[in-house]
Design a protein around this ligand. Structure first.
Ligand code: GP9
Ligand code: MN
Length: 694
């Protein structure tokens, strides 16, 4: 009407006539559109399922398109995954069929919008983090914020295709909201006049239909989901990468699983810790902190104050091939030399569980035991821990982490944010100039990482995680420089080839540190993350020239090297004390003169003028060792106590005290991790301080 009155004010009669004509045209067009919309709505109402079918088809296509948007390298959705996607859509939408037409259409369009938004956000997030959005990520808004500035550059035009149907749906919704009710009521009256509707038919029909749909949906989704879960247990237990889960169960399946995993862990979990346990755990950690405080009297406490620290975690590095040659070539000449010039720990054990690389990283930096199932990086990235990067940053250090692989793997993006690193240099920061193994080869990795480190102001903390020597150790032919003889093309032969390459890369790293004048003011800590997973003992026996007993094999699989190189090669020599990755954070901080007395850590400093004589290293499944014995649990609270001198079992009582200590450590660490206790303790302390000040 307002429009018409504007037209009426037009001055000349011709203009007024033309405008009236245009207005009529617009009116007619609007009324035709209204009629068409009424027609569509009435038919949607009559046919009941057609809008729902359209919803399922459109969303199924969108999920397919979303997969294309992601285009994860080497990942194709299988027919089973696609069936699950379809089933999941049925589960999500079956209930809408119980609603009357208007409500149903509103519900379907809303679900459509929310799912499209989820896919849209996922694809933008993936472009930056090579990962999918998870509930913990949503809770840690900081991570999304960190993309904030670049979000517009991450959005691609093709992402909006996910909303293409809203060009039609949006005006239709406006119509449905304002006018649709009237059209439906009129249609109903007319039907009643014609007695065309069967009054009882529709609700019953809708009920039966939605019942069948939920049954079909469950069959298609849940049956397949359970089958996939049973087949790939480790995928779910370890869930090392959200994208591999996505690949196995589809987008909706992944988000559903992620939500239930989070809910189980954080919302519905039974109270696993009592008030007494909370106090007991705090007391245990305080005592350990006190023991470390005592060691601050040691002359090495603070002996390297202000020095740079470069920590290198080498993939699957063991030390059985140190000081050995094959086909006339020394396998690890650079590591051998480094071992000679460093404090070299020959009874150092990895403590990882099925979080593998991420567990090693977690223990080494936060001095806590990994959890039994899964990875702390994935499941508890939002918890509070006392980790080296954060502590060092509060003492004026910069802290950067380098790993040339997908940033989402092991949930590193989120965890490194929590650990307070300045920057996580991952795959997208590296030029792919040397393809070896899973990614850019370690030589190029060190070179490119050092380009960054060399620019850092002192003091810096840099953590580099290598990748070339990852299982299955396939190397380009040109990089296989060893003549491994009969081990050619065996898994152990390939392992030696890749370690030989890594050794050369470490050699180059040391040269670079020297040429950058960093060698003399940097502490270099190099250790293996875990064993190499090679179980072919015949190949080991062939290489090492001797058989290994069952006990020796078990111990062998836990041993990794640790070398700490000091300026001027000080403190070099062999250190036989039993030690583990959980000792690394206290060791580094002790050397830099940073007290860990108030930090919640299980480890102890290893570099002391008078090394600890009673120190034990505890492994995740209850095995532990000191310099004399090695205990392996065999279940039911029992186990075998081995003498390290003879390799033979001795009376279990010789291990009793250590076993109690070990079990206690695991329990205390678990209490902290599973219940986010550090956060609780800090909050309580802050409240106490506030109370005291009032
Ligand atoms: C990938 C690398 C491998 O980023 O950390 O992890 P792993 O399979 O050894 O645990
Ligand atoms: Mn690893």
């Amino acid at each position: 009407m307002r429009l018409l009155s504007v037209f009426r004010t037009a001055s000349s009669p011709e203009a007024s006539y033309k405008l009236k004509g245009d207005a009529l045209l617009i009116q007619r067009a609007a009324s035709s559109i209204r009629k068409a919309a009424d027609f569509i709505l009435i038919w949607l109402d009559r046919l009941t399922v057609i809008d729902w079918i359209l919803f399922v088809l459109i969303l199924y296509w969108k999920l397919h398109y979303f997969n294309k948007l992601l285009s994860v390298p080497y990942m194709e959705l299988t027919p089973t995954t696609k069936t699950m996607e379809f089933g999941a859509l049925l589960i999500i939408s079956f209930w809408t069929l119980l609603l009357p037409a208007r409500g149903r259409i509103f519900a379907l369009v809303t679900i459509n919008f929310l799912l499209s938004l989820l896919m849209f956000s996922d694809s933008v997030y993936y472009r930056y983090f090579q990962d999918l959005i998870t509930v913990p990520v949503l809770m840690q808004v900081g991570q999304v914020e960190s993309v904030g500035g670049s979000i517009t550059t991450l959005i691609a035009k093709k992402d909006f295709v996910l909303f293409a149907d809203f060009i039609f749906l949006l005006p239709f919704m406006v119509y449905l909201f304002w006018k649709g009710g009237k059209a439906l009521r009129q249609a109903k009256k007319e039907r009643q006049k014609r007695k065309a509707s069967i009054k009882w038919g529709k609700p019953v029909l809708r009920l039966v239909l939605s019942g069948c749909i939920i049954l079909l949906g469950s069959q298609l989704f849940l049956t397949n989901f359970n089958a996939v879960q049973a087949k790939s247990k480790s995928l779910f237990a370890g869930n090392w990468w959200n994208l591999s889960l996505y690949n196995a169960v589809g987008g909706l399946g992944f988000h559903g699983y992620d939500l239930s995993r989070y809910a189980k862990m954080h919302w519905f979990k039974a109270q696993t810790v009592t008030a007494e346990q909370i106090t007991e755990t705090e007391a245990w950690f305080k005592e350990r902190g006190q023991e470390r405080k005592e060691l601050e009297k040691d002359p090495l406490f603070g002996a390297y104050k202000g020095k740079n620290v470069l920590m290198v975690q080498v993939e699957a590095l063991q030390d059985f091939m140190f000081d050995k040659s094959i086909g006339g070539t020394e396998i690890t000449p650079n590591l051998n030399k480094l071992a000679e010039e460093s404090a070299y720990f020959t009874n150092f054990y990895h403590q990882t569980s099925n979080g593998r690389t991420s567990d090693a990283d977690f223990s080494a930096h936060c001095s806590m035991q990994p959890i039994m199932n899964g990875s702390v990086f994935i499941q508890y990235s939002g918890n509070t821990f006392d980790c080296t990067p954060d502590i060092l940053k509060s003492h004026g250090y910069s802290a950067n982490v380098f790993h040339a692989y997908q940033g989402g793997f092991w949930n590193r993006n989120a965890m490194y944010k929590s650990m307070n690193y300045d920057m996580f240099y991952n795959l997208k920061h590296y030029q792919q100039d040397e393809a070896v193994g899973w990614s850019v080869g370690d030589k190029s990795f060190f070179r490119q990482s050092m380009d960054v480190v060399a620019e850092q102001k002192a003091p810096f903390y840099a953590f580099m995680i290598t990748l070339t020597s990852h299982h299955p150790y396939s190397m380009p032919e040109a990089q296989k420089l060893l003549d491994v003889g009969e081990l050619k093309d065996t898994i152990l032969g390939n392992y030696l080839q890749s370690v030989h390459y890594v050794d050369a890369a470490v050699g180059e790293l040391i040269e670079r540190l020297k040429s950058e004048n960093l060698w003399d003011n940097t502490i270099l800590v190099l250790y293996g993350d875990h064993d190499n997973s090679i179980k072919e003992w015949d190949q080991y026996e062939q290489f090492l020239g001797k058989p290994y007993t069952d006990f020796e094999q078990k111990r062998f699989n836990k041993q990794v090297p640790l070398m700490i190189h000091f300026p001027d090669s000080a403190h070099s020599g062999e250190y036989k004390m039993a030690a583990g990755q959980t000792d690394l954070a206290p060791t580094v901080l002790h050397l830099l003169g940073i007290s860990t007395a108030d930090s919640y850590m299980v480890g102890m400093p290893l570099m002391l003028q008078n090394p600890l004589s009673d120190h034990i290293v505890v492994q995740r499944f209850g095995a532990w060792s000191n310099e004399e014995v090695y205990y392996i649990p065999t279940g039911n609270g029992k186990g075998t106590c081995y003498s390290l001198a003879t390799g033979e079992p001795v009376e279990e009582s010789k291990c009793a005290a250590g076993t109690e200590l070990a079990n206690n450590e695991l329990m205390m660490s678990d209490q902290i991790v599973h219940n986010n206790l550090i956060k609780k303790y800090r909050k309580n302390n802050a409240l106490e301080v506030m109370g005291a000040n009032e």
